[in-house]
Design a protein around this ligand. Structure first.
Ligand SMILES: [Zn+2]
Length: 367
């Protein structure tokens, strides 16, 4: 895919101040009445927060570097004792800003909130409407694992938008990354396992809809199987899905990807890399992709609370290098998303993601 074929407008929110779509309710079928003095819910609240002027950016004034799309300025309030390590995202951005201040070519850009049109290319309209309006059933909320709030909706829209923006930036620059996401458990009409919308699925379909890519490859190296992604693309030959994961990790009931590599508990660096290399080669050969979406999960790490694999930090860097060499070597653009990471030591999670991003930044030039 040649460079420069995507408008740079993707750097900015699609909806400028005063330009919010008037028909958002009809698009997603949210049964909302005009405001009658009640507190706004769902999309209404999101559209209001969307137009807040962001605070002064701490991002250094570098341009021309690898474009990164952080979401941590859109907080996700969680109850005390919630097990999701939400603080890792802000710590990761700060760590990478330090790298940028030291001269590494990294650029920080606020992602747009995924639009209704983008979401419904992947997700069931009824499900999207229930998320936006706060009318998910208690069972649906439990399955997601986060309490519903307007802030959760905004955060989910931004992290999905971040994957779209990273994919578009990758088409222009060769490589780019979302500093969130990897929400691969969300399927057509469900959210699950801390995943509300499936960010890489939405990015794949959006870039296809823009006409800038035809074939997409999703390389999922999170320790958990990409069941939602597999389900979404199960009958779509234009998107190839590969998942390498712990066989006994969540989800219990896995969906068949185009190529699955289930690994035993305790698999370490050598065996992991021995299994990964042919799987990536086969995926690239079969997918013939213009765009690779790489879910670079930190949860195969030996210190992870949920992951059952035993990779070291050095092993994860070797994983990243193997994937990036193969993907960029094929001529495809590469967009990265973070994926999971549940080590009690947040610095370890940040070390892993920061190593992935700083390595990826060296792959920016066209191959
Ligand atoms: Zn995971």
């Amino acid at each position: 895919m040649k460079r420069g074929c995507t408008p740079r407008a993707t750097r900015e929110s699609k909806f400028g101040v005063g330009q919010e779509p008037a028909d958002f309710r009809s698009v997603v079928g949210v049964p909302l009445e005009p405001d009658k003095g009640r507190a706004p819910v769902g999309r209404v609240a999101c559209l209001q927060t969307k137009h807040r002027v962001p605070g002064p950016s701490a991002a250094p004034p570098y341009t021309g570097g690898m474009r990164l799309f952080p979401c941590d300025r859109f907080p996700l309030p969680l109850p005390d004792g919630h097990r999701f390590p939400i603080d890792k995202y802000a710590l990761l951005r700060r760590r990478l800003e330090m790298h940028a201040a030291a001269g590494e070519p990294l650029e920080f850009i606020e992602p747009h909130a995924a639009t209704d049109d983008e979401l419904v290319r992947v997700h069931d309209r009824g499900y999207v409407g229930r998320v936006l309006s706060g009318t998910l059933s208690p069972g649906e909320v439990r399955r997601i694992g986060f309490p519903w709030s307007a802030a959760l909706v905004e955060r989910s829209l931004r992290s999905t938008g971040a994957a779209v923006d990273a994919a578009a930036a990758a088409i222009d620059d060769g490589i780019a990354a979302s500093l969130a996401g990897g929400t691969h458990h969300a399927g057509t009409d469900w959210g699950e396992g801390y995943c509300v919308f499936n960010d890489t699925a939405v990015a794949a379909r959006e870039l296809q809809a823009r006409g800038v890519v035809r074939q997409v490859l999703i390389l999922d190296c999170d320790v958990h199987q990409g069941n939602g992604t597999a389900e979404i693309f199960s009958a779509d030959p234009t998107v190839f899905t590969m998942s390498i994961h712990g066989a006994r990790n969540f989800p219990v009931r896995k969906q068949p990807s185009s190529l699955d590599v289930p690994l035993d508990d305790g698999t370490g660096d050598d065996e992991y890399l021995r299994r990964l290399e042919p799987a990536v080669a086969e995926s690239i050969e079969r997918a013939r992709a213009d765009l690779v979406l790489y879910i670079a999960g930190a949860d195969p790490y030996a210190g992870d609370r949920l992951g059952r694999l035993k990779l070291t930090k050095a092993g994860l860097v070797a994983r990243d290098r193997l994937v990036l060499d193969a993907a960029r070597g094929s001529g495809a653009a590469v967009a990265l998303v973070c994926g999971g990471g549940y080590c009690p030591d947040l610095d370890a999670i940040v070390d892993i993601h920061a190593a992935t991003i700083t390595l990826a930044a060296t792959y920016g030039a066209a191959p």
